[in-house]
Design a protein around this ligand. Structure first.
Ligand code: FAD
Length: 491
């Protein structure tokens, strides 16, 4: 039973713990309905001492710096391709890590500043303090200078997100970095080992290779667990073609520093081995920051395995405490998911809106660096849910027009549409590997929400020559065994 604060007035209508994607979205929406809101945001420095400003993971150490570094890597590729399109470009073209980091960090600082201005304009109080529950209506904010402030609120939103998890092996915390450190790394990472093959590990390895550094990915069992296996195999093949190396079925056992300054990594697996690297980046998943809130003081329950909050309509087991974003058990860890859930929650709490967050059919993209975008079910999930006899899988390889002149590898440009077999062949999932996959998939995600069927796709006239039009041309089923490789670009 949560301790009850004596009835009476609270300091605020809403106290938000965590000024990241979900927390800020909810805070701003609540203030637009005339509520008094306070946001607590505090970053505990990483093991390497890296810290950052308001805005949470996405802005500071997630989506935004990642996308900018992905773009830097794509530009390097484009510069080389430009020669075949007639551009005279000096040889060699050089790249400077320090300049990239400076540009990325300047952008982040400008976003931090705009966020603080927005909060001030909306009269949302921002407290740069670490929040810990005292009871279900009270949070103690601990500031950097050691001072504490006791804040009460009628409603409390937990939006504290997560941080990279460190695996347990000697030397890990001492010598390895995480994505929290990479985007502000003061010197070039050099030859890098990435431990972990989730999307963050693959994306980092992908852009580092594109920027000219050797990149190796150590994988315990499989890449991109939970994604469509055909697509994942192509992502891996494409990365290998671009020069990323994979150590599959290996786990690190120790990292130590050599007299020459290099990091010696020892690993175990079917065969034990070792290698020297300049940088070791661990990307083995993220840990929600729930325990750090002292949740039991408020009577909050946490899922024993995930360490996250179980909610119904974003409400925890304590009626006045809500949670959104990465700290929710069983929900996608994505920025737009946190934002949408935060906004809708404020609407329901303070504006009489009924709309619930729909966590189904959320599109996502892996910037790997040939992008993989998807929405809906994987082929494996569709088979599990409906059986193989009840689904149809359409697929095609395709050749982006802009790949021809620089003679780029089209081997891995591939798409898949998974439908129910029964008319009108409702679309269950769409998967796309190719340039700008995120841009391609976003529109189809809206179509799926609107009830897209295979007939709709067939009836849609494509925009030529684009890569997105390939979804309107696909007609070969996997079941037929016909060759899905295109004969020409325009037939
Ligand atoms: P966060 O944004 O993490 O915000 C939580 C905030 O709360 C942080 O500022 C934290 O310091 C603060 N905090 C924690 N505890 C306390 C406390 N006790 N008191 C006060 N403050 C506290 N998502 C995408 O959609 N697309 C992408 O391309 C993408 N790329 C990513 C790349 C990387 C490298 C990473 C790490 C993540 C990426 N994500 C991406 C995921 C995305 O960043 C998260 O899903 C999103 O930021 C979650 O938002 P949130 O509000 O739950 O938490």
């Amino acid at each position: 039973m949560a301790p009850i604060v004596p009835s009476g007035q609270y300091d605020f209508d809403l106290l938000v713990i965590g000024g990241g994607s979900g927390g800020l979205a909810c805070a701003k929406e609540a203030s637009s309905f005339g509520k008094q809101v306070v946001v607590l945001d505090f970053v505990i420095p990483s093991e390497k001492g890296t810290t950052w400003g308001i805005g949470g993971t996405c802005v500071n150490v997630g989506c935004i710096p990642k996308k900018l570094m992905h773009q830097a890597s794509l530009l390097g590729e484009s510069i080389h391709e430009a020669r075949s399109y007639g551009w005279n470009i000096p040889d060699p073209v050089t790249f400077n890590w320090e300049s990239l980091v400076e540009a990325v960090q300047n952008h982040i600082k400008s976003v931090n500043w705009v966020t603080r201005v927005q909060l001030r304009d909306k009269k949302i109080e921002y407290v740069n303090g670490h929040g810990v529950f005292e009871d279900a209506h009270t949070v103690i904010a601990k500031m950097k200078n050691g001072k504490e402030r006791r804040i009460t609120a009628k409603d409390i939103l937990i939006a504290v997100g997560g941080r990279p998890r460190y695996p347990e092996f000697p030397g890990c915390k001492e010598y390895c970095i995480t994505s929290d450190d990479l985007f502000s790394l003061p010197t070039a990472p050099g030859n890098t080992l990435v431990i972990g093959a989730g999307y963050i590990g693959l994306e980092c390895a992908g852009f580092l290779k594109g920027l000219g550094y050797e990149a190796t990915v150590m994988v315990r069992s499989m890449l991109l667990r939970g994604f469509d296996r055909d697509m994942v195999n192509l992502v891996q093949a494409e990365m290998e073609d671009k020069g990323v190396k994979f150590l599959i079925g290996k786990i690190p056992s120790r990292v130590s520093k050599q007299p020459n300054g290099k990091l010696l990594v020892e690993w175990e697996g079917d065969e034990n081995g070792q290698g020297e690297f300049d940088t070791v980046l661990v990307a083995v998943g993220r840990k929600a920051l729930s325990e750090e809130l002292n949740p039991s003081a408020a009577g909050l329950e946490i899922h024993p395995e995930s360490g996250k909050f179980i909610t119904v309509a974003e409400q925890t087991n304590i009626p006045n405490i809500y949670a959104v974003g990465d700290v929710l058990h069983g929900r996608p860890e994505l920025t737009p998911v946190a934002i949408q859930a935060g906004k809708l929650l404020a609407g329901r709490l303070y504006n009489g809106v009924q709309e619930q967050m729909d966590y189904d059919n959320v599109a996502t993209t892996i910037f790997s660096p040939l992008e993989y975008g998807c929405v809906g079910l994987t082929e494996e999930e569709a088979i599990n849910r409906y059986t193989e006899d009840r689904i149809e899988v359409y697929h095609a390889y395709y050749k982006p027009t802009e790949f021809f002149i620089p003679q780029k590898n089209v081997k891995h440009c591939y798409l898949k549409v998974i439908t129910l077999l029964e008319a009108p062949q409702k679309v269950l999932g769409m998967h796309f590997i190719g340039p700008q996959a995120g841009e391609v998939i976003q529109g189809y995600a809206a179509a799926i929400k609107a009830g897209l069927t295979f007939q709709h796709l067939k009836d849609t006239v494509g925009i030529h020559p684009t890569i997105s039009e390939e979804f309107t041309r696909v007609g070969i089923t996997k079941r037929s065994g016909d060759d899905p490789t295109p004969q020409s670009c325009c037939s």
